[in-house]
Design a protein around this ligand. Sequence first.
Ligand code: 5AD
Ligand code: SF4
Length: 438
Amino acid sequence: MKKRNLSTYHFRTYGCQMNELDTEIMVGILKQRGLEESSEEDADLLIFNTCSIRDLAERKVMGKLGQLGRRQKNQVIGVTGCMAMAKKSSLFRKFPHLDFVLGTNNISNLDAVLDEVLTTNTQVFRTEDRFEENLDYFIAHRKDPIKAHVSIIRGCDKFCTYCVVPYTRGQEVSRSPDSIVEECQKLVDAGYKEITLLGQNVNSYGKDQKEWNCLFHDLLYRLDKIPGLLRIRFMTSHPVDITKELMYAIRDLPSSCNLVHFPVQAGSSRILKKMHRIYTKEEYLEKVALLKEIVPNVALGTDIIVGFPTETREEFEETYKVFEDVGYDVAFLYTYSPRKGTPAMRWKDDVSPEEKDFRLKKLMDLYATIAAEKRSHMLGASVQVLLERENKDQKHLYGRTRCWKKVICEADPSQIGQEVSVKITGFHHQTLIGEVVS
Ligand code: 5AD
Ligand code: SF4
């Protein structure tokens, strides 16, 4: 018999920032119920907010759930997030000690699901395919006092052939601009300085709600008007949807940071077609050139998958060349992992693990070389740094530039939350070291 009174919770969150934000919202729901955070061992309620994007992410959670079954505690255990959507009630067969499965589109039902678990002592699951705009975003319990994530669009309609997201998070549903502006205003009133707008594809924002007459760049213009909101970032984008209007907004709006996540995924047009990325290498590079022309100090980020089915060494070399030519500032590099239910599962995963690792390592080395070059070019330069907290060494304050570079500098802790001008004097590993000049 499981506990009937829940007074403590513990979350384990895997995967992307959207999952982190969903955890913050669920923590808000639990806090409203009177629960307090506790350790994984002691908590009455243990929730795994999971990710399905690659096999490794799923295996970690499956291993952990198996261990818990053997430990036989009377904790209430739930699985939320993408694995809940991918595996649904089949998780109960594998893990009989699991109490509930709550999908990405149902987190607002957490309270009701817990009541049902506690009163009926049965396994409960809610995994609807479509997100309903009934989520109380304002309830989110955030730990960081300076930077906040705000959800603007959920789901994805792009259906890249390797990706589970359109199945685990459903179709695109934009959140109303009024609700987003209201949340951002409240965050600024509470002292927040930087907001990252989240969505699987933020550039699709508003396209599903034509009557709002508010596309992504329009939203940026509205948010820029909030006094005291120093910085706006956004994650993540699909290159196809990045418009000229958006590029002008990034250039012109004082709050808009100049790091654009522009995931290429692969550098060969044949592989891009097979991935259903709906652009060729040439089209991608043309957009990069336009972006660099319109926003001269733009920094670019990417995601890349190596070893997609049938990718040859030569085609990988095209990816390498694109990386070199674009000179990304931020890169998330992955080896291809076949995902159940995706169209790419039809094709043999025919690039050997050794070859995938070789390609990954080669790209990682290039990324490190480019990053080191960029760091040395920054010596003597002045950058704007938002001071976020004391650094671990307790001698410096830590912050990030508008391009997301880590910086430490000597400054008074009373300056935390301010954006200051810093002259770069050196670096330690990936972190820039500087002196405050204003
Ligand atoms: N295998 C490897 N990487 C993947 N991604 C998405 N699906 C897969 C997969 N099946 C990567 C993409 C995406 C990022 C979030 O994860 O690069 O942009
Ligand atoms: Fe996945 Fe492609 Fe959608 Fe990104 S755009 S979430 S990679 S389907």
